[in-house]
Design a protein around this ligand. Structure first.
Ligand SMILES: C[S@@+](CC[C@H](N)C(=O)[O-])C[C@H]1O[C@@H](n2cnc3c(N)ncnc32)[C@H](O)[C@@H]1O
Length: 219
């Protein structure tokens, strides 16, 4: 892994306070993390896409660093919230990344996201923001692979895609989500390795670290 550190100690503190309606479901990574990896893997002026934009951390960090931040977010109220914060609100699409290649996006220099997580036995579909019944864990992994297959065709040669994911403790044992995503997406993009992100302070028991998976479209 050329120049990619194996371990990344990182502040987990989110600087931006969410509106009260969102606080019970704060699924964000920290601004410090987004700024660090965007700075490391892209240049000023580059196009940075978050296909699961959440509360807009990637897009806001991209704008702050002089990149062009684009995103897709399924949840309408989150999409509206992000648009209210962006200098270029039209770059956030309220949509569905399962249809990623149907959106008119420019060529992508970097993608950074944390996808909606799934444990092996979760009944809901994460790609509907947990609003619809799921088709199981294998179907979840097939879907994420299909999304990144579309993304591949939209990335510039040599561009990186970064996925922040954790292995998830739960009642039925640990779901090795990060490793399963690495294997699934590694079928469509070159897997260059992972950075172990050490979150300080910890996000809670079992969540003191996660993985920033590094993929690349071949030149
Ligand atoms: C883990 S959160 C991302 C948080 C983001 N990294 C941040 O710091 O704000 C995942 C997001 O993906 C969204 N999502 C779920 N299914 C989606 C889909 N099919 N297309 C686009 N967004 C989706 C969820 O609504 C959620 O906001």
């Amino acid at each position: 892994m050329n120049g990619i550190p194996c371990c990344l100690p990182m502040s987990s503190t989110r600087q931006r306070e969410l509106p009260a309606e969102f606080r019970a479901d704060d699924v964000r990574f920290s601004e410090a993390f987004a700024e660090h990896v965007i700075g490391r893997f892209s240049q000023v002026g580059d196009v940075v896409l978050d296909p699961f934009a959440g509360f807009g951390t990637t897009l806001l960090a991209a704008e702050a660093l002089g990149r062009q931040g684009y995103g897709i977010e399924y949840d309408e109220s989150r999409a509206r919230y992000i648009r209210g914060l962006l200098a270029r609100p039209e770059r956030l699409v309220h949509g569905d990344s399962r249809q990623l290649d149907s959106y008119p996006l420019p060529a992508i220099d970097l993608s950074l996201t944390s996808p909606p997580y799934m444990r092996r036995n979760d009944p809901e579909d994460p790609f509907s923001s947990y609003t619809q019944p799921g088709r199981g864990y294998a179907a979840y992994l097939e879907t994420i692979q299909a999304i990144y297959s579309q993304l591949r065709s939209m990335m510039r040669p040599g561009a990186h895609a970064l996925i922040e994911a954790a292995n998830l403790p739960g009642e039925g044992g640990i779901t090795p989500l990060a490793w399963d995503i690495a294997a699934a997406v590694g079928e469509v993009l070159t897997f260059e390795g992972e950075m172990v992100v050490i979150w300080e302070p910890s996000f809670g028991p079992g969540y003191d670290h996660s993985y920033c998976l590094v993929f690349r479209k071949p030149e």
